[in-house]
Design a protein around this ligand. Structure first.
Ligand SMILES: Cc1cc2nc3c(=O)[nH]c(=O)nc-3n(C[C@H](O)[C@H](O)[C@H](O)COP(=O)(O)OP(=O)(O)OC[C@H]3O[C@@H](n4cnc5c(N)ncnc54)[C@H](O)[C@@H]3O)c2cc1C
Ligand SMILES: *[C@@H]1O[C@H](CO)[C@@H](O)[C@H](O)[C@H]1NC(C)=O
Length: 459
């Protein structure tokens, strides 16, 4: 027995040296990863040119994700499938991606070139329980399907605005929508997660069980495991009234508009049932665009009218850098972020976002969305977005209106949202990952998404 141990150790040591000489990940043949997976999971594993593979790729929202080609796609339909997959992939050092709603924009966020993509769309059940105060939802659902199922019961969840956004990615980042002033982010309303850990164990995380994991998943992204189910608190709701008001602005109206937005956000007695999203958009019309290249960034600023008007000025100047791009939509949006929201989060047990207490006048989360059809323009638009982010950041710093928080779900390829959560939250996330993923599988083998050390790994 002892000799066998020594033998295994010496093989392990040889392998370790081999790994130092040749990066192990590159030595793994993705084809053999897919073959091993297919040997256990059969027809759930789809290869290029098959209908299941093509439908999975086509269902991503952004063109960058649609043109990232994995070696194979696993269509998981249960936590057990995900567990089986990780037990095969992880020991073989196969690289993989986890995909929820597929609405993330960056290439390689929820897909992986030449790796294994675990597509969770088959996890699509919706089950209200506990007298409709809770709902259990599969992690492959898009948020609109959940709203549609709950509406006849006069309940909703505090989730994203866009119906096509996945519940998984949005809620692992935060999940921000019409009800967030009243009920906090979607992540604040998760009472239990079902998670498949790197070693294939299927665990639940709640305030009682695996409480650290429960907390870490409230904003910590995909660094801890693959979530297969969320139990969410519901919100009583019959209807959400929204109005889209579109103005063609003249120069002189801009200060009034910005002033009104600042006043709305800093009201002394805000109504938790009211919210606002205001947007400046430069969009020459080119008809329908089916293949969307998308670039975004997110930053936070104090609700100071001077800062808002500086941001508008900088944005307005930046239009010249993209106005020649065919079909460009170049949009800067402002979402009020007030104490109503951070109080609602705290009342539900808190999260790891580290927004801190907003000043009395409130904050705005500021987002760029750039959408355009032609991949050849990607680098040019990306450079313009990076420049705009740098200019906006410098402008608000100069006014002392900067606020460090970067929202994960709209962060750009050069941002590192987790490092803006504050030292304490980040240290907690690193420790929790060490506890539940001691071999750092979700850092090394699953490169897509915002990682604990330094942003999204690939484009
Ligand atoms: C037009 C548009 C509108 C939007 N509107 C809103 C909005 O109103 N509110 C809001 O909060 N956000 C909004 N978003 C942002 C959205 O939250 C993010 O794009 C989010 O990542 C989408 O989640 P998904 O599951 O569809 O993404 P995916 O692309 O599938 O995944 C995104 C990331 O999450 C990881 N992930 C996904 N599922 C799992 C899982 N089950 N376990 C572990 N990791 C997983 C992936 O690995 C990936 O890194 C919007 C985005 C766009 C483009
Ligand atoms: C916006 O840019 C245009 C073109 O450069 C300029 O004429 C206009 O004055 C700018 N408006 C503001 C409010 O900065």
């Amino acid at each position: 027995m002892h000799n066998l141990c020594l033998l295994i150790r010496s093989i392990a040591a040889t392998l370790a040296i081999w790994c130092l000489l040749v990066p192990c990940a590159e030595a793994v043949d993705p084809g053999s990863c897919c073959q091993s997976l297919a040997a256990s999971l059969g027809s759930k594993v789809a290869f290029p040119d098959s209908p299941a593979y093509s439908s999975s790729l086509a269902s991503y929202w952004s063109a960058q994700e649609q043109t990232t080609y994995p070696a194979c796609v696993l269509s998981a339909s249960s936590a057990q499938d995900v567990s089986t997959a990780l037990k095969i992939l992880v020991p073989r050092a196969c690289k993989f991606a986890a995909r929820g709603g597929g609405h993330g924009a960056l290439a390689g966020l929820a897909n992986i070139q030449d790796g294994v993509t675990i597509d969770l769309r088959g996890l699509d059940f919706i089950k209200p329980f506990a007298e409709n105060q809770l709902v259990s939802v599969g992690s492959g659902l898009r948020i609109g399907a959940i709203y549609a199922a709950l509406h006849p019961l006069n309940i909703a969840i505090s989730g994203g605005r866009s119906y096509d956004v996945g519940v998984s990615g949005s809620t692992l980042g935060n999940g921000w929508g019409w009800l967030s002033n009243e009920a906090g982010f979607c992540c604040d309303n998760v009472v239990e997660y079902e998670v498949v850990l790197a070693n294939g164990a299927i665990v639940t995380a709640s305030q009682r069980n695996n409480a650290n994991l429960w907390k870490a998943l409230k904003g910590g992204g995909n660094n801890f495991g693959i979530v297969t189910n969320f139990v969410l608190r519901t919100v009583p709701m019959t209807r959400i009234w929204t109005a889209d008001v579109v103005y063609t602005l003249t120069e002189s109206q801009i200060p009034r508009l910005l002033g009104a937005a600042a006043d709305f956000t800093s009201r002394e007695e805000p109504d938790p049932k009211e919210t606002l999203l205001f947007t400046f958009s430069y969009t020459p019309t080119v008809g329908n665009m089916y293949y969307v290249q998308c670039i975004s960034f997110s930053m936070t600023v104090v609700n100071d009218p001077d800062a808002l008007s500086e941001l508008h000025r900088v944005y307005n100047t930046s239009i010249a850098s993209v106005s020649g791009v065919y079909g460009i939509g170049w949009t800067l949006s402002f979402q009020p972020l007030t104490r109503l929201m951070t109080d609602a989060s705290a009342a539900r047990g808190g999260n790891v976002l580290g927004i801190g207490q907003p000043p009395e006048e409130g904050l705005h989360e500021v987002q760029l969305t750039a959408a355009f059809p032609d991949a050849a323009d990607y680098d040019r638009v990306s450079r313009a977005a990076d420049q705009l982010l740098a200019d906006c950041t410098a402008a608000v710093k100069l006014l002392g209106a900067d606020w460090p928080w970067v929202e994960m779900n709209h962060a750009s390829h050069i941002q590192d949202p987790i490092s803006t959560y504050g030292e304490e939250n980040k240290a907690f996330l690193v420790d929790t990952a060490a506890e539940y993923d001691p071999d750092a599988v979700f850092q090394k083998l699953m490169p897509g998404g915002y990682k604990l050390k330094g942003g999204h790994a690939s484009r």
